[in-house]
Every structure is written in structure tokens, then in C-alpha cells.
Design a protein around this ligand. Structure first.
Ligand code: B12
Ligand code: SF4
Ligand code: SF4
Length: 379
């Protein structure tokens, strides 16, 4: 039998000791089968722009880390017991995707990967060369997790684990240690589910099983810069960041275990931010209040634009004075344009005159178009 530097059982034991919810190992061999998915994804124009650019590095760990021998993949569950019965606090509230209800997962998982690297060194009694990544690395995290036996990829594209469903974040440690690999999870296991995720997706972003067109996915739309295309604004509802629909409807996510990492316990002001308060924040204040959340990286402007859309969708009359004040003074074109849209939804008759005045002084053509509804004969 082949001799490894560390056996698989030892890795599973270390994972359990470190409070890691899912752990597995795969070799550093290339992910040949993933290459065709990535090419198709790119050629169909379905990329979001958040993907690592170099395809060769996405499918071959040795292309960016030549000493690579094994990859230890980890999964951390983000729905803790405290998610049950989380109630919206008082006030006008938007909603974050559950993955942003606790602390930023990048920091939490990187912390686990650092502890893991230290434990490998302890086991071997020698320094270990590692490259660790969570989300922002070159590899396709879901493909790595599947080959490392952590779970399988569903038609909604999510990596689904047996214990915690798809409510898990993924990360990996590429290292120069020869570790016994786990058995890959067989693909896929949607069985006789009647494509509930594809049917429930509000924008038909799941264009076919296992394929997301990012430009239609509300998760991407909440993170994009600039004006949100009008066809998606009503579909956002109260969503401020991310979208959970294709996971909520998935039967494989029912009756799964809760995670135990207290870092992911929900913070009510992250889960359901106060919309009117959000509108008052400077970029610095926003970073102070939301900086520990995974939803902060795009800054205040994107979140405020989303909050204005939520207020428009809620037809919230109480928001009108603040929106009018911002329409007059705000220096950010996408904020002025989005406000004009929201005011039309909330109170077109009562705000027409003010929006027409804004139209007259608006320098940007694209933003003027958002205000044109208030002006007779405007094109
Ligand atoms: C870009 C990106 C996005 C984009 C594009 C998503 C997408 N589906 O590709 C946008 C902004 C839309 C997005 C949204 C979300 N994301 Co994101 N995202 C990424 C990122 C950075 C790259 C993904 C990528 O490379 N996509 C390209 C395609 C080809 O890859 P993939 O979907 O990962 O591909 C797998 C399957 O689709 C499958 N496949 C593809 N074609 C086919 C065909 C067949 C026949 C078969 C069998 C399989 C198959 O093969 C791939 C690997 O096995 C990863 C982190 C990373 N570095 O991997 C996080 C990541 C995928 N995102 C994550 C999360 C949590 C989300 C959201 C749930 C967040 C939310 N609640 O709003 C949504 C889910 C939306 C969705 N439908 O996927 C997690 C997923 C965790 C999990 N359990 O799966 C990741 C892994 C981040 C992390 N480290 O935790 N995301
Ligand atoms: S995250 Fe939302 S918009 Fe994106 S594919 Fe899933 S259900 Fe559709
Ligand atoms: S909802 Fe159904 S088809 Fe979609 S991922 Fe879950 S089991 Fe698969």
C-alpha cells in the first residue's frame, strides 16, 4: 500500500478538533473536467467579473504554486441555531442574504486554514509551504470541495453537504505535503427533485441546470456598480445584498444541522439593516458599522442604492422627505437616478414637480432618463 506523509483519518481528526464542519483532501492534479465548464461560462458571457482571470491557474494548482502536492478543502456552516426565529427589529428594514448575517467569512475561514497549516507542521515536525484561499483565490472552490469529498454540486450550482446542506462557505489549503486523498463525492444527487431551484429563481438566472448567468443573478445585481437595470429593480424586493431563493427552496437544505461557529451568529443590524439609517451614513461611518460583515466590501454607495430600491418596492411614503433632500444634494449620479425611480413608485403625483426640477439641472443623460417620467414630453 502507498505510504503518505499524513493519512486521511489524521486530517479528519484535526478538522474536528479545530471545529471545522467539513474537511477533505484531494491531490494537486489538474481539474481537467472543470476547464470545459469555465470555457463555456466565459464564452456564453455568463461571468460576473469576480472570477480569477487566468483559466490555467483556475484548473491547475501547480500553475500558481509549483510545490503543490495536496489540497485540503474545508467547509464552514453559517446558519447557527440563532438563525431560527430571527425577527426584524422595529423600523423600515431591508434584508441581507443569510451568508452576510454574521462576521465576514473570509476572515473566519482564513483563521481556520492558518490553524490547520500550523497543525500540519506539528504533525510532520517540519515547515510546510502553503497557499490558502477563501473565495478570492484562483481555484474553483466548489470543484475542489467536490473532489475532496465534502459534497456534490446541485443544479442550483451550490455545493451541497450531507450534514449542513449548501449553507456552507468553502476554502482550501494547497500544500507541499503528500496527504492521503478522500473519495470524491459522486455527482450530482438532485435525484427526482422537479428542478425547484430553476423554477423559483426570480430572474431565470439559472439558465439551465448547473449554469448561472451572473448578469441576471440577483446576488450579482446587488453587488454591481452603477445603475441597476430597471427590469431587475422590482425583483429585488427588500434584498440589500445577495439572494437565497435557490437555496431556500432546495429540499436538500431541509432538516440539516446548524453550524456552531459563534462568529456566524446573526447580528440583527446586519441581517435587517435600518434603511433610513443606511441613507445617512458616510462611507467612513458605513465601514465602521458594517466593516465586519461580508457585505461591506463594495462600500456605502452600492448599499445605499439598494436601500433606495427597497424603499421604492415597499412604496414607503415616510421615506419621501429624505429621498427628496438627497435628490437635490447628492453628488452621486446613480443615487440621484435610483431616487427618481423610487419616487415614481412611491408617490408620483406628490413628487413630480421636484423630480422635474431635478431633471432640469441634471447634467448626465443616463440619469435624466430616470427622471423623464416627471416631465411632459421629455424623451
Ligand atoms: C463568481 C462567483 C459568484 C458569481 C457567479 C456564481 C456562479 N454560479 O458561478 C455570483 C456573484 C453570481 C455569485 C453568487 C453566489 N455565490 Co459566489 N462565488 C463566485 C466565485 C468567486 C467564483 C465562482 C466560479 O468560478 N464560477 C464559475 C463556474 C463554472 O463555477 P461554479 O458554479 O463554482 O462551478 C461548479 C458547478 O457549476 C459545476 N458545473 C458547471 N457546469 C456544469 C455542468 C455539469 C453537467 C455539471 C455536472 C456540473 C457543472 O462545476 C463547477 C465545479 O464543480 C466563488 C469562489 C471561487 N473562487 O470559486 C464564489 C462561491 C461560489 N460563491 C458562494 C456563494 C455562497 C454564493 C451565493 C450563494 C451568495 C448569495 N447568497 O447571494 C450566490 C449563489 C448563486 C449561484 N447560483 O451560484 C460560495 C458557494 C458555497 C457553496 N456552498 O456552494 C463560493 C464557493 C464562495 C466561498 N468560498 O464560499 N458568486
Ligand atoms: S441566487 Fe437568486 S437570482 Fe441567483 S440563481 Fe439563485 S435564485 Fe436565482
Ligand atoms: S432544488 Fe432540487 S434540482 Fe435544485 S439543487 Fe436542490 S435538489 Fe437539485
Amino acid at each position: 500500500m502507498r505510504k503518505y506523509e499524513i493519512d486521511n483519518e489524521t486530517i479528519l481528526r484535526i478538522g474536528a478538533e479545530l471545529g471545522i464542519d467539513g474537511i477533505g483532501v484531494t491531490t494537486a492534479e489538474p481539474f481537467h473536467d472543470v476547464h470545459e465548464h469555465l470555457v463555456m461560462y466565459r464564452e456564453s458571457g455568463h461571468e460576473s467579473g469576480f472570477e480569477h482571470d487566468v483559466l490555467e491557474e483556475r484548473v491547475d494548482p501547480k500553475a500558481f504554486f509549483p510545490e503543490a502536492k495536496s489540497i485540503v478543502a474545508i467547509a464552514m456552516a453559517y446558519r447557527t441555531e440563532k438563525y431560527v426565529g430571527q425577527k426584524k427589529p422595529e423600523g423600515l428594514r431591508g434584508q441581507m442574504s443569510v451568508y452576510a448575517w454574521g462576521m465576514d467569512y473570509h476572515k473566519v475561514l482564513k483563521g481556520k486554514l492558518e490553524l490547520l497549516a500550523a497543525r500540519l507542521e506539528q504533525e510532520l515536525g517540519r515547515p510546510v509551504a502553503v497557499h490558502n484561499s477563501v473565495d478570492t483565490g484562483p481555484l474553483v472552490d466548489r470543484a475542489v470541495a467536490q473532489r475532496a469529498g465534502i459534497g456534490w454540486v446541485g443544479k442550483n450550482c451550490s455545493l451541497i453537504t450531507e450534514t449542513h446542506g449548501s449553507w456552507v462557505f468553502l476554502g482550501q489549503l494547497v500544500c507541499d505535503v503528500d496527504i492521503e486523498p478522500s473519495v470524491p463525492t459522486p455527482l450530482p444527487q438532485c435525484e427526482d427533485c422537479p428542478d425547484l431551484c430553476l423554477k423559483a429563481c426570480p430572474t431565470k438566472a439559472l439558465v439551465s441546470p448547473f449554469q448561472t448567468d451572473s448578469s441576471k443573478c440577483l446576488s450579482y445585481i446587488t453587488q454591481m456598480k452603477g445603475l441597476i437595470p430597471e427590469e431587475y429593480r422590482a425583483k429585488l424586493g427588500r434584498r440589500l445584498w445577495g439572494c437565497d431563493t435557490c437555496q431556500v427552496v432546495c429540499p436538500k437544505n431541509k432538516e440539516v444541522a446548524f453550524g456552531t461557529a459563534i462568529e456566524f451568529d446573526p447580528e440583527p443590524e446586519y441581517a435587517f439593516p435600518d434603511l433610513m439609517h443606511l441613507l445617512t451614513l458616510s462611507n467612513k461611518q458605513f465601514r465602521r458599522e458594517f466593516g465586519e460583515s461580508a457585505a461591506a466590501w463594495r462600500g456605502a454607495k452600492v448599499m445605499q442604492r439598494n436601500a433606495i430600491i427597497a424603499l421604492g418596492n415597499m412604496r414607503e411614503q415616510a421615506a419621501v422627505p429624505k429621498l427628496l433632500e438627497m435628490l437635490e444634494r447628492d453628488e452621486r449620479p446613480e443615487i440621484r437616478g435610483t431616487i427618481a425611480w423610487a419616487l415614481q413608485k412611491i408617490d408620483p403625483d406628490g413628487t413630480r414637480e421636484k423630480v422635474a426640477q431635478a431633471y432640469a439641472r441634471e447634467p448626465e443623460e443616463e440619469i435624466k432618463q430616470e427622471m423623464a417620467w416627471a416631465v411632459d414630453g421629455a424623451e
